[in-house]
Design a protein around this ligand. Structure first.
Ligand SMILES: Cc1cc2nc3c(=O)[nH]c(=O)nc-3n(C[C@H](O)[C@H](O)[C@H](O)COP(=O)(O)O)c2cc1C
Length: 324
């Protein structure tokens, strides 16, 4: 039987990365509408080792695939094999086909055990966790992993484990866990991983524009690409990568795009989050990711907004024409 994948095997999938606090269902809806990534990921879903519920109700709500949107991969973070398997079963009961295990988050440590990136410092726990999830997942089962805990070469010792336990694909962010987000992603490692495993490898890390993405795909030979911060800053990035939109919009066009993006996000966040200040904080969090200099003062004004009405006013007054 062939591999189950959330994309068709003859294509090069472009994926929206899981990002805690950002890729909630409202953001996923807006990203789907604008850039239409080929695959969506949830933020990581905490799997409780103690509660019989395993996944809290709000995370369960966040983990439901939506008709008409790209395939959804639910990412679990946890450390107890039986709990991870139970959580995988639970999400599948609500229609999920694709499950991923977080093996990279530098902040995912829990009081009761090694989760996320900390799993790489307790590598002996990995095979049992992977086997337990694999046994219950009938769709795709993947891992998202850093290149190592401290040693960027550690990934090469994990590849046989991933292959033997029946992983369908792996997403590699080639920084170490202790490195957090410092320095640059080392995609020479991505290239070597692609060469040394039979598994499809999805390259992730530091893709902010179409040129960087295409270069990474060509140089690494990866099966696909995942982008996080780049897509939060520019949801059109997926269209640019596919050549369906200019690589570099003019400053005026970029400002029009941002106005549309934040306008859609304001509506979607207003529905998802409770209370004006929470909606505003979530919107400002997104603005933090914009690297543009073309509208620096405008971004500053957005970040300084004290109410949603003020945020909307700044958005509406944005001088698109003056910039051109
Ligand atoms: C705010 C933030 C939240 C993140 N949350 C998650 C997460 O929930 N699960 C995960 O696997 N990675 C998470 N990551 C890592 C990203 O998925 C991605 O691997 C990393 O940002 C590198 O890709 P990029 O350079 O395209 O952003 C997070 C990163 C950031 C900046």
């Amino acid at each position: 039987m062939g591999r189950v994948l959330p994309w068709s095997e003859d294509s090069t999938p472009l994926m929206l990365a899981p990002m805690q606090g950002l890729t909630n269902r409202a953001m996923r809806a807006v990203q789907s509408e604008i850039g239409r990534p080929d695959v969506l990921f949830t933020e990581y879903v905490r799997v409780s080792a103690v509660s019989r519920k395993r996944v809290c109700a709000s995370d369960q709500r966040e983990s439901r695939p939506v008709a008409g949107q790209p395939p959804l991969v639910v990412q679990l973070i946890g450390h107890t094999p039986s709990a991870l398997a139970a959580a995988a079963q639970l999400v599948q009961e609500q229609g999920v086909r694709h499950v991923n295990l977080n093996m990279g988050c530098p902040f995912g440590r829990s009081a009761s055990g090694a989760t996320g990136g900390a799993m790489l410092a307790a590598a002996e726990t990995i095979p049992q966790c992977l086997r337990a999830i694999r046994q219950v997942v009938s769709g795709s089962f993947s891992v998202k992993v850093r290149s190592g805990y401290e040693d960027p070469e550690q990934i090469f010792s994990l590849l046989p484990v991933f292959e033997e336990t029946g992983i369908d694909f792996l997403v590699l962010h080639p920084r170490t866990v202790v490195q957090k987000y410092d320095g640059a992603a080392d995609h020479a490692i991505t290239r070597r991983v692609v060469q040394q495993t039979v598994l499809p490898v999805i390259a992730n890390g530091d893709v902010w524009n179409a040129d960087q993405g295409r270069t990474l795909l060509a140089r690494s030979g990866a099966a696909g690409l995942m982008t996080g911060r780049g897509a939060i800053a520019d949801p059109w990035l997926f269209l640019r990568l596919r050549g369906e939109c200019p690589d570099m919009p003019s400053p005026g066009e970029r400002c029009r795009e941002i106005r549309h993006y934040l306008g859609q996000l304001t509506l979607a966040y207003d529905e998802l989050f409770c209370g004006e200040q929470q909606v505003l904080a979530k919107l400002k969090n997104v603005v933090e990711f914009f690297p543009d200099s073309c509208a620096k003062n405008w971004f500053k004004a957005l970040r300084k907004s004290r109410s949603l009405a003020q945020f909307r006013e700044v958005l509406a007054d944005f001088p698109v024409r003056e910039i051109e």
